[in-house]
Design a protein. Structure first.
Ligand code: OAD
Length: 231
C-alpha cells in the first residue's frame, strides 16, 4: 500500500534540546545579536568579519551538537509514512538523525557559497570560513544562508510539497518569519495538522489543527502514538 505523505515543518525549537539556541525565546540569539548587524546582505557589505564570525560560531556549535530524540522520532516516521521534512533550521541534525528528504528553507550552515554566483555551493568540513577563503570565481566565500531581505529560493518547492501533504506537522517554530510561516496556511483545510511547541499560539481559526503544548521530544513521543490511527 502507498504510504501517506507527512510534511514536517520544523524551526529552531526542534534543535533546542540538542543545545542549539532558538532566536526569539528569552535568552535567544536575537537578544544577543542584532539581525541587521549579522544576518543581512547589508551587514555582509559593512562588516564581513563580524558576519563570518557569527556564522562560524553557529557552525562550531552545530558540529558539537547531536540529534535529539525528536529528530530521531521524525526519522522513524519514515518506516510507516512518506516523510518530507521542510526545515527553517540551518543545522544538519535532521539528516544526521536519518531523515532522507530534507529541504532547507533558510540555507545550510555546513555549506559555503560564492558571494557572486549563487550556484557555486561547497560542502564545509571545518568550522571556519575565513576572510580570504575564495570561491572558484575568485569571490569571498559566504555562508550558504538566506539572510533577511533575501529571496527564499526553495519556497515554491516547499509550497508544492506542502500542498501534497496528507498530514502536516509543525514543530518548534514561532511562525514569525515569512514566507516560511505561510506554509501552515497552504495545507488543505481538511488535512490533519499537528503543532508541537511549548509556546502560546492563537491559531483557533485553522481547521483540523491539534496543538500539543510540549517540547519537541515529549511532543513527538505523544504524536507518534496518535499517528498510528492514520497509517
Ligand atoms: P524562533 O526562535 O522564532 O521560535 C522558536 C520556537 O521554538 C518558539 O515557538 C518556542 O516556543 C519553541 N521552542 C522553544 N524550545 C522548544 C523545545 N524544546 N521544543 C519545541 N519547541 C521549542 O525560531 P524559528 O521559528 O525557527 O531565520 O525562527 C524562524 C527563523 O527566524 C529562523 O529560521 C531564522 C530566524 O531569524 C533566518 O536566520 C533567516
Amino acid at each position: 500500500m502507498k504510504k501517506k505523505k507527512i510534511v514536517v515543518f520544523s524551526g529552531a525549537g526542534m534543535s533546542a534540546e540538542s543545545g542549539i539556541k532558538t532566536f526569539r525565546d528569552a535568552g535567544g540569539l536575537w537578544e544577543e545579536f542584532k539581525i541587521e548587524e549579522v544576518a543581512t546582505y547589508d551587514a555582509w557589505t559593512k562588516n564581513q568579519k563580524l558576519v563570518l564570525d557569527f556564522y562560524n560560531q553557529r557552525r562550531k556549535q552545530v558540529m558539537e551538537a547531536a540529534p535529539n530524540e525528536a529528530h530521531k522520532l521524525v526519522a522513524e516516521l519514515q518506516k510507516k509514512f512518506d516523510v518530507q521534512v521542510i526545515t527553517q533550521n540551518i543545522d544538519d541534525l535532521h539528516e544526521r538523525a536519518g531523515s532522507k528528504k530534507v529541504l532547507h528553507l533558510h540555507g545550510e550552515i555546513m555549506k559555503s557559497r560564492s558571494s557572486i554566483s549563487n550556484h557555486l555551493i561547497y560542502d564545509l568540513k571545518e568550522w571556519e570560513i575565513k576572510q580570504g577563503d575564495l570561491s572558484e570565481d575568485g569571490s569571498q566565500l559566504r555562508p550558504h544562508i538566506v539572510w533577511f531581505g533575501e529571496a527564499v529560493p526553495e519556497m515554491d518547492t516547499a509550497t508544492a510539497l506542502t500542498e501534497q501533504a496528507d498530514i502536516f506537522i509543525t514543530i518548534g517554530t514561532s511562525l514569525n518569519v515569512y514566507p516560511a510561516a505561510n506554509l501552515i496556511h497552504v495545507v488543505d483545510s481538511s488535512t490533519p495538522k499537528f503543532l508541537i511547541d511549548p509556546g502560546d499560539f492563537n491559531l483557533d481559526y485553522i481547521k483540523n489543527l491539534t496543538v500539543i503544548k510540549a517540547k519537541a521530544v515529549e511532543g513527538m513521543d505523544i504524536l507518534i502514538k496518535k499517528l498510528n490511527e492514520y497509517i
